[in-house]
Design a protein around this ligand. Sequence first.
Ligand SMILES: Cc1cc2nc3c(=O)[nH]c(=O)nc-3n(C[C@H](O)[C@H](O)[C@H](O)COP(=O)(O)OP(=O)(O)OC[C@H]3O[C@@H](n4cnc5c(N)ncnc54)[C@H](O)[C@@H]3O)c2cc1C
Ligand code: FES
Length: 430
Amino acid sequence: MCAADLVPLRSIMIAHMQEQHLDAVAAIEADVFLDPWSRTMFFQDLKSAHGQSFAAFKDETVVGYVNAWIVCDECTINRIACSRKNQGAGIGAQLLRHLIDAAVQRGAKTFFLEVRVSNTAAQQFYEKAGFVKTGLRKAYYPDTREDAVLMSMTAASSPWVSAKRIVSAMHIAELASKKEVIPGTFHFVLKSAALASQASPGQFVMLQVHNSTEPLLRRPISLCGAGNDAVEILFQVRGRGTQIMASWEPGRRVDVLGPLGNGFIVKKNIRKAFIVAGGIGAAPLLHLARHMKNMHAAIEVDFFMGTKIHRDFAMINGILPETCAGHFASEDALAPYTGLVTDAFAGYLREHEFDSKEAAIYSCGPEPMLKTVAGIAQGYGMPCQVSLESHMACGVGACLGCVVETRDGFKRVCADGPVFDSSELDWNHD
Ligand SMILES: Cc1cc2nc3c(=O)[nH]c(=O)nc-3n(C[C@H](O)[C@H](O)[C@H](O)COP(=O)(O)OP(=O)(O)OC[C@H]3O[C@@H](n4cnc5c(N)ncnc54)[C@H](O)[C@@H]3O)c2cc1C
Ligand code: FES
């Protein structure tokens, strides 16, 4: 458990349930339920992509827990309990609030649970959270053949959803236009005034790509532009999710979570911006380049882009503003510069005069490229912001699936980034 993972409630802390907590969880479970789950069942859930489990701690002892499954936009709450001597202290409510928040952040819109007909106290507890009774399951509990009351609620109607910000980040956008800019790389315009009004350069969206349940997780894609009523994305087909996206046709309604992440910061004193893009890493940088001139008319923007093959530069045709000076490097000897974009960039810096106090670097691309760019920035004493990519599950800081090591400990790429100051990152990790 890491400190950032803990949520204080007076002396109670809530954290993701981990394997070392399972003995205590199973002991409480056996004590308070007639039909307890085994330790193995909790363990299997910890390994499942659908599972979401939290434990509550008092003086580092497990005093309660909650377990749920999140499949697409539905969250089913399976277990919630507190140890007998800690019941009535509000721990269950805090666990449930925490779970609901995390589930909403993972995209859950509807919540379900079952409770014994005789357990009216529990039914009242769930009603306070916004659950309503929606059905009866006859002889549901095998131990006593007691009926179960089925209760459900929507995130939007729950008074306990403190993640209103996340709910307001859910949008249905219309795919207004689609273009295959180079083979396997697509430019989409997604119409949503709400999304466009919140977007800033460097931010990304999580797109729901599945048609049924597979692939389950949303896919993170940067915004490469935002206008008055639409945002733009540029993406490369990599696997199943992006393949599905490539099959979408204009007019389709797309479920979008965003805009997410922090975005680039352009300080007022910057007069010279060096943008260094590696391949599809150009996407968030195009948004920055398009926005920069609006922010500070006096900024000179040099846009360096590297690709393996020359023809791939066509992906930014019509997107890179004409006010930016483009510098292109490819490894196939057809670009103005043959070789790595970082060598082209370093060569440019050697040959041109500029005031490093008024200059800054912004970069996105493969990690080895970013590491070299960070080294160049350090050499010139220039500030440098890099946008990182990491495998993401929730995209909103809840699952810790995207953490990177920084000089300040582990940080979440989705919520603390994706843009980081290059000096903050540990470039020598394994
Ligand atoms: C903040 C952020 C912004 C991004 N912006 C863009 C963008 O603007 N345009 C774009 O084309 N792509 C972008 N990506 C990468 C994109 O999310 C992945 O390519 C996509 O999720 C792959 O999904 P898939 O189902 O097609 O592939 P999968 O079947 O999931 O994977 C196919 C291959 O891609 C790799 N991969 C999957 N996800 C990632 C990832 N997050 N980072 C690096 N490699 C990955 C896998 O290891 C595998 O080799 C971004 C990623 C992040 C984290
Ligand atoms: S993807 Fe879940 S915390 Fe970043």
